[in-house]
Every structure is written in structure tokens, then in C-alpha cells.
Design a protein around this ligand. Structure first.
Ligand code: FRU
Length: 610
């Protein structure tokens, strides 16, 4: 009897003295209220870490053979598991792996600390399931396979592939652990996902930056080597260099990093090789000073500050981030465009991309002025969800192709998705045009590759009756309503045109063209779920850059995003929407005399990215 009792007790004793068993091959050992060791003693490619959205970040130190290999933060489940994220164990194969964790669960005793829901649920697995579980995940826009994404960065084109890196948190759906995620595509539509390209290190996490090919081997990494600049972010922000010798799969950090530092916040280095001056031009966001610094470098290792542009110009309310500078030819003349992303201070609150058109002599950028001698503020996109936009280096055929983050820092961490957070915009080819005021403006056209998405033409109407009574058409139901809608509008001066997308739950997006002031407005106040942020319901308004009562629309709907372009790209508005069911109907009305013509609705094919 006695013997039996002690045998029964044995597993419990074992658990408290040596550790509790989680999944097979994982032992959990509580060392104190805020200290738990998770030892890996079995096989498995991934350690699946259980996450609870609403709790604080745990700090995880990964010890390999007793040495600190890396530190990351993850919201380890306290009372329930919302989802898991994978820690890839492949690089540590054959070594002793221990996770030294401060769960940050706000417990008062070790006994309570043991109750954390994560401890039983930590498991080893050879697979991590990335199958989409989200109804709001766009299906023809680039999204990360899982986890949080912000800025696209480091984009370059080489050997037929468009490489896209992005600010990524592989350990959950909020901003943290900034790492360069990596995808590539041969057509800007179908994206392949690759392993992490640049991981945090002792200098900090990996903020935004840029990549380019080094045509003259100025860096010594080889002719046409892929070079990267990024900001290592810790207590300070430090500019750092890396290169890739495996086609952008991974990067070798320069041992002399950081290559450039300032005493003030500066980040997001963007570079190009200047064939005329035979040196690198580097643009750096001097974030809190609201200016862009222009630097030169012969080899990306030593930088010289040449000039600064921005103080007192354009929108100054927020921090200045993610610059880009590139030439475009207009009417046979070369002009330079400086993109500056700002947050907050956008025209509809929060984040937005402003730009300046001007001249650049290799050292100094001079912006064009308007008739009154002032430098005008120009916006690249008139929606609420277009940020951190930069362009690809080394794009073919003289193309200047941009992509932006389709969200806004006001609510990016609160939108109703968890498996992934945020998508990128459709790729856009940029050009310049002269506006009615004589100023040069940027036109953004969906890259020609987007035509490949078209599946069937489901509506083709040369003329649509527009009156106080609505004329309606069904939107394609296939693939949860993803579609492209194209039409022309012509209206008499005092006649507004209303275009409404709606579903059976009375959710709607209302687009209003007003020829009296040549504007087009996008109202998402009743578009669907919006209670996650008071900043989400909004009406955004764009000039149409026309003055003859005419405009056109080319609209892309992809589950939770709507991008509305003028057919010639003269305006674009990007807005997120979260309808409880897809919009199934489009209707046209007018309060006066107006014409809608050349209406075309296409069902679209999802891309193969997921
Ligand atoms: C812009 C930004 C950049 C920074 C990155 C960090 O959204 O704030 O300035 O490099 O995000 O993730």
C-alpha cells in the first residue's frame, strides 16, 4: 500500500523538482515568479509558441550551449491560447537549446506562475500551418504569411525577379522584433515567401532601409553585388551596411557597423549609385527635425553629409520617415521626385506620403515653387491607408515602380485580423504630369501586370442611366467578391454623382464625384466593422486634377481594401474597409445631369501567394 502511494506520487514530485512536461521533447522549469526555462530535448523543426493577443510581451533569451544567441519578445499566453507562432530551430540543430523566459504575467508566486496557459501548450513540430484563416486577408495583394508587417523596404529587381523585403514581426500580430521578411515575384502579383533575410543582432532590431546593385564594385563586395543599408535600432538609431551573395536570400552584415551615426534620431537610409559622380547618394530621414539629409559615399562605408531639405516645407506635423529620391522624365525634361513619408500629419489624420518635385545636382535637392513662390505640399495618395511608400531599385525598362504599406499607424495594430496584420498596396508605376496650375504632379498607375488578374468581364455597359433613382449591378460573388470596376463620369457643374458599394447588411461605401470643385470623395463611415478605432471611420477626398466635369475610375476591391485610381493615374485613394460580408452591389445615382459610360466589371483571379 505504502509503496503504491509513493509510486503514484513520483510523477508529481518529478514535475516540481525537475520541471513540468509541455509537449513531447520540451521541459518547462520554473525558477522563480518571473523566470522560466524551456529546455528542448526532442526533435522538431519548430518550437510552437502559444500567443494570447491581450497580454504583455514576454522576454525570451535564446541560450545555445549556454551562450546568449538572441532575444525576442512574444505575448506568451496567460489564460488562453489565441494562436501559435514558430521559432525555427533548424539553425541550432545538434546544440543544447534553452529558452530563458520572463513571461511578464504579473503573478505573485511561482505556484501562480505555473498556471500560465503557454506552458502546457509549448510544443515541437516539424511543420507550421500557414493556411489562411482570415476572411479579411487580401488575396491578390502581398501579405506576410503570418505575423505583423509594416513598411515595404529594400526592394530591388534582378534577373527577372522583383525582391520585396518588409518590416516583419514573426512572433505575433503587433509591431515588435523588427526583422526583414522577404518575398519575391516575377510578375509583381504572385509572391513567393522566403526565409528571414536580416535578423536583429547586438546592435538592435532591423528597421527600414534600401537595397541596390553595386555596378562598379565600389564596396568591394563584387560587381553588381546586392548591397543593403538599414537602420539598426536600439537606444539609438544607427545606419548599417550588409550585402548578399545568395541573390538576396540572406545578408552578411558589415563587421564595421554602424557605418554612420548622429546624435539625433535618423533612419531609413535610401540609396542609389550615381553614375555621373561615381558615388552613392544616400537619403536619410532626420525624423524629428522634419528634414531629409542628403549624403554621399564612395563605398557605403564612409559617408559625407552634403545638405538637408525640408525644414519649414510641406507637412511638418509628424515625424519624417522612409525617403526616396528618383528621376522621372516629363516632356523630355529630367525632374527629381523626393518621397517623404510622414506620421502623423497626413491629410486625413495619421500616416501619409508627401512628395516634392524639383532638381537634384548630386548633392542638393531644390524643390519647385508655385506661382506665389512657395513650395507646395503634395500627396501621393488621398486615402487613409498608404504609407512608407518607396520604389524598386534597378527596375527594368526605365520603370519607376512603387509599393506602400496599406495601413495607418493610427489603428494598424487594432484592425480585425490576427493571423497576419497588414497588406501592401498594388504595385504602381509612377510618372509626372502637369496639373492645371502648371505644377508637376505624380501619377500612380496600377502596374501593367495587374491586368493579368482579370478573369471574366461580368458587366460591360456603354452607357449607364444616372438619375435620382439608382441603377444597380451585381458585383461578382466569386472569391468573396474580389473584383475590378472601371467607368467614366461626366457631370454638369451642379450635379453630383454617387457611386455606392453595398451588401445585404446595409454596409456601404459611398463615392461622390463633385464637378463643382473637381473632387472625388470616399466615405467609409458605414463600410462595415469600424469600432476598433475612433480614427477609422472617415471620408477622404481627392482632387481629380480635371476641370471639365469629367473624371474616370479604376477600382480594385480585395476583401478588406479598396484602391481607387483615375484611369490615367492622376489621383489615387487607398482605403481599408471591413464589411461583414463582401459588397455585392454597385449603384449609380446623380442629383442632377450626369453620364456614366464605359462601365466594366471584372471578376479577378486570386494570386498564388498564399
Ligand atoms: C515607418 C517606420 C520607419 C522605421 C520602421 C520601423 O513606418 O517607423 O521609420 O524604420 O517603421 O518598423
Amino acid at each position: 500500500m505504502k509503496l503504491r502511494k509513493s509510486l503514484l506520487m513520483a510523477p508529481a514530485l518529478l514535475a516540481s523538482s525537475l520541471g513540468m512536461m509541455a509537449g513531447d521533447g520540451v521541459t518547462v522549469e520554473h525558477l522563480g515568479v518571473n523566470n522560466t526555462f524551456v529546455r528542448i530535448n526532442g526533435d522538431g523543426r519548430y518550437l510552437l509558441l502559444p500567443v494570447q493577443e491581450s497580454v504583455a510581451d514576454a522576454k525570451v533569451n535564446v541560450l545555445i550551449d549556454g551562450k546568449l544567441e538572441r532575444t525576442f519578445y512574444v505575448r506568451l499566453a496567460k489564460s488562453k491560447v489565441d494562436y501559435t507562432v514558430p521559432l525555427d530551430l533548424e539553425p541550432y540543430k545538434g546544440h543544447n537549446v534553452v529558452l530563458d523566459i520572463n513571461a511578464n504575467h504579473d503573478r505573485s508566486s511561482v505556484r501562480e506562475a505555473k498556471e500560465g496557459a503557454c506552458w502546457d501548450a509549448i510544443t515541437l513540430s516539424n511543420t507550421f500551418d500557414t493556411t489562411n484563416r482570415e476572411k479579411f486577408r487580401p488575396v491578390y495583394h502581398h501579405t506576410p504569411e503570418w505575423g505583423w508587417m509594416n513598411d515595404p523596404n529594400g526592394m530591388f529587381y534582378k534577373d527577372g525577379e522583383w525582391h520585396l523585403y518588409y518590416q516583419w514581426n514573426p512572433f505575433g500580430s503587433k509591431w515588435q522584433n523588427m526583422t526583414w521578411g522577404h518575398s519575391s515575384s516575377s510578375d509583381l502579383i504572385n509572391w513567393k515567401h522566403h526565409a528571414v533575410a536580416i535578423e536583429p543582432d547586438g546592435l538592435g532590431t532591423i528597421f527600414s532601409g534600401s537595397c541596390a546593385l553595386d555596378p562598379d564594385n565600389s564596396t568591394g563586395f563584387g560587381k553588381d553585388a546586392i548591397v543593403a543599408l538599414y537602420t539598426a535600432a536600439n537606444t539609438s538609431q544607427m545606419q548599417s551596411l550588409a550585402h548578399s551573395d545568395n541573390n538576396g536570400e540572406s545578408f552578411i552584415k558589415y563587421p564595421g557597423n554602424p557605418v554612420f551615426t548622429l546624435e539625433t534620431e535618423a533612419r531609413d537610409p535610401n540609396m542609389f549609385w550615381n553614375q555621373e559622380s561615381k558615388q552613392w547618394n544616400i537619403m536619410l530621414a532626420h525624423a524629428l527635425e522634419h528634414e531629409i539629409l542628403f549624403l554621399t559615399s564612395p563605398d557605403l562605408k564612409t559617408w559625407t553629409l552634403q545638405s538637408a531639405f525640408g525644414k519649414g516645407f510641406g507637412a511638418q506635423d509628424g515625424v519624417w520617415e522612409c525617403p526616396d529620391l528618383f528621376p522621372l522624365t516629363v516632356n523630355g525634361k529630367k525632374k527629381w521626385v523626393l518621397l517623404v513619408n510622414i506620421n502623423p500629419g497626413g491629410p486625413f489624420g495619421g500616416s501619409a506620403t508627401q512628395y516634392f518635385v524639383g532638381d537634384f545636382d548630386g548633392k542638393t535637392f531644390t524643390a519647385d515653387t508655385d506661382k506665389s513662390g512657395k513650395i507646395p505640399t503634395k500627396w501621393m495618395d488621398y486615402g487613409k491607408d498608404h504609407y512608407a511608400t518607396v520604389t524598386w531599385s534597378d527596375a527594368p525598362d526605365g520603370r519607376r515602380t512603387a509599393i506602400g504599406w496599406m495601413s495607418n499607424w493610427q489603428y494598424a495594430a487594432d484592425v480585425p485580423t490576427t493571423q497576419f496584420r497588414s497588406a501592401n498596396t498594388l504595385p504602381r508605376d509612377l510618372s509626372l504630369f502637369k496639373g492645371n496650375d502648371g505644377q508637376l504632379y505624380l501619377a500612380s498607375n496600377p502596374s501593367p501586370e495587374t491586368l493579368k488578374l482579370r478573369d471574366e468581364s461580368v458587366v460591360k455597359e456603354q452607357a449607364v442611366n444616372t438619375s435620382a433613382t439608382a441603377t444597380s449591378f451585381s458585383l461578382p460573388a466569386a472569391n468573396n467578391g474580389i473584383c475590378e470596376v472601371v467607368f467614366d463620369i461626366e457631370a454638369k457643374k451642379n450635379s453630383k454623382v454617387f457611386v455606392t458599394l453595398s451588401n445585404s447588411k446595409n454596409e456601404e461605401v459611398v463615392i461622390t464625384y463633385n464637378p463643382a470643385d473637381n473632387t472625388i470623395a470616399f466615405d467609409r463611415t458605414k463600410a462595415g466593422i469600424s469600432d476598433f478605432s475612433r480614427d477609422f471611420p472617415a471620408v477622404t477626398v481627392s482632387p481629380t486634377f480635371t476641370k471639365n466635369g469629367k473624371t474616370s475610375v479604376r477600382m480594385f476591391i480585395d476583401r478588406s481594401s479598396i484602391e481607387m485610381f483615375a484611369k490615367d493615374g492622376k489621383y489615387v485613394m487607398t482605403n481599408l474597409v471591413f464589411p461583414n460580408e463582401p459588397y455585392s452591389n454597385i449603384s449609380f445615382t446623380s442629383d442632377g445631369s450626369a453620364k456614366i459610360s464605359n462601365l466594366e466589371i471584372y471578376s479577378l483571379k486570386p494570386s498564388s501567394s498564399l
